[in-house]
Design a protein around this ligand. Sequence first.
Ligand code: ADP
Ligand code: MG
Length: 476
Amino acid sequence: MQNIASGVCVTKRMVDDAVDFAHASGIVMLNKPDESSRDRQKSSHAPFTMYPSSFSKSAVSQTQSVQDDIHSLFHKVSRDVSFLEEVLRSTIAVDSFVKNLFEIYKATLTNEFAQKVEIGIYRSDYMLQKSPGEPVVFLPKQIEINTMAASFFGIGTNKVKRLQQYNLRNASITCDNLDMPENGALDGIARVMVEGWKKYGNPEALFVFMINKSETNIYDQRAIEYAMYEYDPAVKVRRKVFNDCISTTRTDQDGKLFIDDEEVAVVYFRTCYMPDHFPTTKHWEVRKLIELSCAIKSPSIAHQLVGSKKLQQVLAKPGVLEKFIKDENAVKRLRDTFAELYSLDMNAAGDAAVKLALERPEGFVLKPQREGGGNNLYDSEMVDRLTEIGRDERRCAYILMEKIIPPVQKNYIIYDRVCSMANTVSELGIFGAFLTNGDEVTNSHTVGHLLRSKSDKHKDGGVAAGVAVLDSPILI
Ligand code: ADP
Ligand code: MG
């Protein structure tokens, strides 16, 4: 693999220049809150790699080519109540978070104010896996699909490409013959978000970004808001902290949603994807009130549920894709991107999967139904958890996945103004956005990508989790 960073030395001036560029172009995050300070939280540049990383061009086009298939597949699944119920049954029995989501989902099925329009903002993540045999090629394998609160299209896409082009220029490396693809994720998603808002039919009603109190990734969200204004200055975005909305959210007799006495057209969730986001039953009631209102949701509870890792595992089973997709080529395209996934249900197949993981722990990842990084278990932690759970039903809360070993390349990681050389591995995310109208998927677009890289010493990932850093690809 072509490796730009090896052989280039980085001076302190180049690091300072890069950090300034990152700040100036808004590649910035809030620092973790300092409880002892009454000042507004300070911000720092988001971590990034100094130079772009090489990534397989054919893997990018292959993963882009399945994004539309993913939108229509997941929308179909989200509307197939009996299938979803069957898939999630064992998980619901042991995972109260998924159980609560599913109860709201069931309540939507008889909802007199059901909203046909949904806004889907998806990011499908992949790592490269060496093919067996000769010649060696790297094939994309799907790590997960984020159907909710998919982040970093605000600050992590074209802005990072521009930053790295600047860094290359600073190192006297010409970009002319480097294939660094344009990245339309921010504008592309902002457009679909605004088009969704228009479908509500009241230009006075708000587009609400529902967020967490201690959110650190606010500039990523702000960048989206500004891109929406750029596309249509008439849209009215408001940021609301979910916790603050608990006593100020209501619906009227027509199912219209009001927060702080203002009518809401769209609720875009950048919260509500973790148990911590629901500290009381009242929080669940408000989430349900929002879902049953006629406001447009992004995502709906149905689309949140189809992002579960359990569904990812079931869709990879032989014959399941075929139930939803008639086009054989589309089935093959999708299946080619799937890694080996195993159910841990209480049956012979589940027992065999546990045995596999205990015999060769370095080959697998144990995943619960959670988002946001830091939840998966590897190596001895995985063994300890599986051993502790034993033959208890609690194992149904997890799935098992083969561990992908992606190619390693050298790069400089800039973390809090400090530069260090690392052996890095990369994860490619493909962004897509769409609207729905009942059974139909409309406005489906594959809009751009996100490359995140991390030192190969880390097992888990996530920029917000402090492990991965923002990067962009050179296609080779
Ligand atoms: P989350 O919902 O927490 O983001 P992911 O499934 O994306 O969960 O896993 C988090 C991180 O763990 C990924 O970004 C990746 O770095 C690593 N990871 C997950 N699955 C695998 C796998 N099968 N092989 C190698 N690394 C993995
Ligand atoms: Mg992830």
